[in-house]
Ligand binder design. Sequence first.
Ligand code: HEM
Length: 377
Amino acid sequence: MSVLAAIRAPARRNAFATAPRAAMRSSMRMRPTIRKYSTESPPNPPPKSGSNAWLYGSISGAALISVGYYLYSTSDAGKEAASAAKSAGQAVKVKTNLVPTKEDYQKVYNEIASILEDNDYDDGSYGPVLVRLAWHSSGTYDKDTKTGGSNYATMRFEPEALHGANAGLQVARGVLEKVKEKFPWISYGDLWTLAGVCAIQEMGGPKIPWRPGRIDGFAKDATPDGRLPDASQGSDHLRNIFYRMGFNDQEIVALAGAHALGRCHPDRSGFEGPWTFSPITFTNDFFNLLLNEKWVWRKWSGPKQLQDKKTGTLMMLPTDYVLAQDKSFKKYVKQYAEDQDLFFNDFSKTFSKLLELGVPENQWVTPEPWVLKNADE
Ligand code: HEM
């Protein structure tokens, strides 16, 4: 059996593996409605002391209300309005007592899992674009200045929402709004990263340890353009970008394995096509194909990209291709192509680390990340 045939076999078993159908669809698809996510900065600075700062503020507010309520309710006039005031006080109390538990986050996870499938979208799942949202919201981190990362969910604001690298991610942010409406207490940073975790797990990938604690920031916290990788560049660029986040060569290769999922869209990045035959199943196929197929430069009017010589239906970005050219990167490409368990293990650790970039230690609600259950577990 040829490498391509071997890789295609599991893809056929997947009910959603629809590369040819989707390849056609991708060029015919209408642009989704673009939603504006820019929001005015509120006048006050964000709480610095931790994710629960707003909560403590509300608790002291509730305490004042309680004292006021006590003084008022002991007067004659107060007795008349006592029950109304009591229920208002209780409403505040209920609100301030909301400290979401692991079970609450599991409910959010399950809700995200329930909205992943959509037969009218790409290859039938929002999973890949949610993984990309989680990565782009975290991958802006700069370890030297300790700016960027997943903490403030600054992609909600312009100009970050409009950075070229983020084109198309309004789709991912848009579908997650439905989840946010049901669970308004979750921060956007937690929601987006949890969506990445859920997408990887539900598409057959490894468990990704995750914990909550990110807070919503403001437009002033947004990062400058140019922090995310440019797919037309080489290995020096890749290293500059990922070393800045605190990753090494092995971690760069492990993370790049996420390109087993999804596809490039001409109306987003300008590139076109999927990397694998099963773009909504998490596998180590990216490495197998990269290593074992013959890749040729595609002749077309779009940006420089490669295509597999045999079928002409798969693609590699210049930055993917350098992973098989650069000696240090190639060592890991080979290891991951040969050993899917090793890849799953390393991807899990590295993706989990990526999603935590930029979050101060004192914000985490738990010292150790949680492993959430798959929706069908
Ligand atoms: C190594 C540097 C990287 C470069 C240059 C790069 C570049 C790109 C480009 C150009 C696209 C196509 C976007 C579109 O047209 O819709 C894309 C898609 C994607 N990327 Fe990357 N990427 C990189 C790393 C990563 C990492 C680290 C992850 C996650 C761990 C990731 C996950 C994805 C996914 C899942 C998609 C598919 C999205 C979809 O189907 O809508 N990428 N990437």
